[in-house]
Design a protein around this ligand. Structure first.
Ligand code: F6R
Length: 366
């Protein structure tokens, strides 16, 4: 059932082009400029009148929520707060009737996320679920929702669930942006057309696999690793670090690149690999100057860049290319090399990739 792959995680990484297609198929009709999703269409007024969106989730799903914060605010101009479900549920949060709560969960069984949903419902909010497992507890507890059609995710480290969550949330943001007029018709159509190209651009990103194996060989014995990104790619940095931690047990931290100078830069020396997401558009010049700061302290740079990039190439120790796309959609591409990087390091270290120690696929206890 691993379809010839050595691990479920690798299979699931490679399934992302088709998983994303399955997620938007029938929902996004790019040629007609239509996005239809029953759970959103049936509750459109609630979304359009929302004073704010609160995302509740844990782990990787929380990272997808952070990407959603950028895209909802950018395209639909709705304020978004992203909450760890475990913190939200216990801190007596302010929840209003005109808040829309989006709960994101691959398994649909996460105890903290479930408790956050119940609390939001008690306070009169409309709760929308983004789950992968059909019929799961969270999909039943929410008022409405949209499934990610990623197919079963067996590897404990979440991969295709993350990119399909981002896909769904992007479609919702685009739909609301169009309905509110906060994005132009032209941009809306361009986004839909670009979204259709994402699966093939992910295929392209997967072609870097061999090169990534070589990079992984160099850093497999690292004790620590930093991940930096800005804007849309800040959550990707967090997700990259989580992937490395959970399957290779190497200590890793993700930061918004500009936060370096507020503390973490003190960690940089020749022993410290720093993965920097430095794609074009997303504050590129600023990220380049962050790279220079790290280089001058002898840190090792692994940069994720846009195809054809030359300036970062001259500074970085390694570059991994992804295709160009709209800034808001870059997380769908930049995530791929980070998944492969952590996968190969874990394999090289002989770790149990699909079932890392101390972790369970669904966390049904708090
Ligand atoms: C990371 C991972 C966990 C889950 C988290 C939430 O790879 O698997 O961090 O993302 O436990 O799980 P779901 O999405 O099922 O609620």
């Amino acid at each position: 059932e691993k379809a010839g792959y050595e691990h479920f995680m690798l299979k699931e990484i490679y399934e992302q082009p088709s998983a994303i297609k399955d997620t938007y198929r029938g929902r996004m009709l790019a040629d007609r400029g239509i996005i239809r999703m029953a759970g959103v269409d049936d509750n459109l007024e609630k979304f359009l009148n929302a004073k704010r969106i609160i995302v509740v989730a844990c782990g990787t799903s929380w990272h997808a929520g952070l990407v959603a914060e950028y895209i909802f605010e950018d395209l639909a101009r709705i304020p978004v707060e992203v909450e760890y479900a475990s913190e939200f549920r216990y801190r007596n949060p302010v929840i209003n009737k005109d808040d829309v709560v989006i709960a994101i969960s691959q398994s649909g069984e996460t105890a903290d996320t479930m408790a956050a949903i119940k609390l939001a419902k008690e306070n009169g909010a409309f709760v929308f679920g983004v789950c992968n497992v059909v019929g799961s507890s969270i999909s039943r507890e929410t008022h409405a929702g949209a499934y990610t059609h990623a197919g079963p995710e067996i590897g404990v480290a979440s991969t295709k669930a993350f990119t399909t969550q981002i896909t769904i949330l992007s479609l919702i943001a685009l739909k609301l942006g169009k309905a509110k007029g906060s994005i132009s018709n032209t941009d809306y159509h361009m986004y839909l057309n670009e979204m259709e190209l994402i699966p093939s651009k992910i295929e392209k990103a997967l072609e870097s696999n061999k090169h990534i194996i070589e990079v992984a060989k160099v850093y497999k014995n690292a004790k620590n690793c930093l991940y930096l990104g800005r804007g849309y790619n800040f959550p990707v940095a967090l997700e990259g670090a989580l992937k490395l931690k959970e399957i290779s047990y190497i200590h890793a931290e993700g930061y918004p690149a500009a936060e370096m100078k507020h503390g973490p830069i003190a960690l940089i020396d020749e022993q410290m690999p720093v993965v920097v997401i430095a794609t074009k558009k997303g504050h590129y010049e600023k990220v380049v100057s962050n790279i220079q700061e790290i280089k001058s302290r002898k840190g090792k740079i692994i940069a994720i860049v846009t195809e054809g990039d030359t300036s970062v190439k001259n500074m970085a120790d390694h570059v991994i290319e992804v295709s160009e796309t709209f800034e808001a959609l870059t997380p769908l591409l930049t995530t791929i090399p980070l998944q492969l990087f952590s996968y190969h390091i874990a394999v090289m270290l002989g770790k149990n990739v699909d079932q890392p120690r101390n972790l369970a696929k669904s966390v049904t206890v708090e």
